[in-house]
Design a protein around this ligand. Sequence first.
Ligand SMILES: [Zn+2]
Length: 197
Amino acid sequence: MVCDMPARTITFASSDQRDAREGPLQMHCPFCRHPDSRVIDSRTLDDGSAIRRRRECPNCHRRFTTLETSTLTVLKRSGVTEPFSREKITAGVRKASQSRPVTDDQIALLAQGVEEQIRSMGSSIIDANDIGTAILGPLRELDTVAYLRFASVYSAFNSLEDFEDAIAGLKGLEGTAGSPSGAGGGEAPGPGVDPVD
Ligand SMILES: [Zn+2]
């Protein structure tokens, strides 16, 4: 087997996410730009992080290697993309949980669960909003104050009504769940808040 080209990295995106990225979805032959290639050998890297494929161009019959990785990219509201980072989830939740009875272990578990949920969507590009939404559910279970803090930043609350809606949502949840979480204490931010439905 002739090693004529260094491995090239290509990243897969599901077709419905195509608009969100500019990366090539198809591997052109690096020699003649033929838009198709035949896989003649394929092996998974030891750590399972990527698949190395040996390909042959049906047009010029030259061979090249591709390294296919499944990455998770976050599309931010600004349109900027960045690699997914569980650390960022941990940092964001930790910040929102400051001075709250939330342990590092609980935060780590939450971040792990969120990452698993996101990866299970099977998309290589994830909207930053979707990550925020995925965090909100478990964080609400963990600590309602941390939840409100996080929601106010992540959902870019910019009015009292946003807080009112979130609090109304929490109260509605409490009403149905009937959980003795004791969240109705002096923790609710903003006096005179009149929850609207
Ligand atoms: Zn070719």
